[in-house]
Design a protein around this ligand. Structure first.
Ligand SMILES: CC(C)(COP(=O)(O)OP(=O)(O)OC[C@H]1O[C@@H](n2cnc3c(N)ncnc32)[C@H](O)[C@@H]1OP(=O)(O)O)[C@@H](O)C(=O)NCCC(=O)NCCS
Length: 308
């Protein structure tokens, strides 16, 4: 029987479990990331028939791959695209992606689509995205083991993250990213409401690991938040830096470095063995900072954006 593309809502989550198990194994092996917690969330949405997407099926409707997307106030975000390793060909990935893009681009009122599908290297999906009118921005997934080392002396002016700083943090994100490539890739960085949404997702939901409050720090100035580092546990002994930003008026004075040092000290004392992050290749300031800490690029991928 020919392979088919079928609406995700026709599937129960248990039919997709073998595929998700393979995906979780692959993420753990290649990105040192326990994707199972994210998949638990995806599983619940699939079970409730709340997730839009497609499944590529082979004989007997066996799922060979799947992809999903969400609608977020006028924006479409492609959340995942995965093909089982033994079935993985460019043609299959393209077929699945084309079905998703066709649906999103023909949705009335949809003004924007964003996609960052980390396991795919640049150009594996690039031709399909570009043919559909997307622009691509190179990003790097960086990683560093954290061997035991002497503790950095704690920076007195830094205070632990507190949920009370949420509004101030949203304002800081908007100001820190103004005009940056990251604000082009992710429009949540452009408005206070968007940045608040981003922060709520990070702190409350396990979409990107579990929020690591012990490794999240900030510097409060007299009138505003000057800088912020947020981390999430993506494995029991690996943390991902989900946010690092410094208010433009306080940049280039060593705060970014101090925030990283403080987080590193906290991570080491909690037994963390490694940390990772993603950064846009164009963001030379951040890239230099991370390289000076010894982070190395583990994977390159593209962020894709389409604006109607
Ligand atoms: C990246 C960022 C957090 C750095 O914070 P910062 O407090 O300005 O950085 P520091 O003063 O601690 O600088 C540490 C090192 O980073 C590098 N760096 C920082 N700003 C730089 C710049 N404008 N150009 C080149 N290198 C820069 C340098 O290597 C610097 O070391 P040096 O001063 O000894 O040369 C800050 O620029 C920022 O908030 N940018 C916008 C948000 C962002 O891009 N976040 C990172 C997302 S992955």
């Amino acid at each position: 029987m020919a392979e088919e593309i079928i609406d995700l809502r026709h599937f129960r989550s248990r039919q997709l479990d073998p595929l998700w198990n393979e995906q979780a194994r692959e993420w753990r092996r290649e990105l040192r990331w326990d994707y199972a917690s994210t998949l638990t969330l995806v599983r619940q949405y699939v079970e409730s028939r709340l997730l839009s997407g497609y499944v590529l099926t082979g004989s007997g409707r066996e799922p060979l791959g799947y992809g999903f997307f969400i609608y977020d106030s006028g924006k479409g975000v492609i959340g995942d695209l995965y093909i089982r390793p033994e079935m993985r060909t460019e043609a299959r990935a393209h077929r699945l992606l084309e079905a998703i893009l066709e649906t999103l681009q023909s949705t009335p009122g949809l003004r924007r689509i964003e996609a960052q599908i980390m396991p795919y290297r640049p150009d594996e999906l690039g031709t399909v995205f570009r043919a559909a009118g997307f622009t691509a921005h190179l990003r790097k997934f960086m990683y560093q083991p954290l061997p035991a080392g002497p503790d950095d002396s704690p920076a007195q002016e830094l205070i632990p993250w507190s949920g009370e700083a949420m509004e101030a943090a949203a304002q800081l994100i908007v100001e820190a990213y103004t005009g940056s490539v990251d604000a082009m890739i992710n429009d949540h960085y452009r408005t206070r409401a968007g940045a608040l949404r981003f922060l709520h997702n990070l702190v409350r939901f396990p979409g990107c690991g579990f929020f690591d409050a012990g490794a999240s720090w900030m510097e409060m100035g007299s009138e505003r938040l000057h800088g912020l580092i947020l981390c999430s546990r993506i494995m029991p002994d690996v943390t991902h830096i989900t946010q690092l930003c410094v208010w433009p008026g306080a940049q280039r004075q060593g705060l970014g470095r101090r925030l990283l040092l403080q987080a590193r000290t906290a991570l080491r004392s909690s037994g963390c063995q490694a940390w990772s992050l993603t950064v846009s290749a164009e963001n030379s300031a951040a890239l230099r900072l991370y390289e000076s800490f010894g982070f190395a690029t583990l994977r390159e991928f593209d962020a894709y954006v389409w604006v109607r």
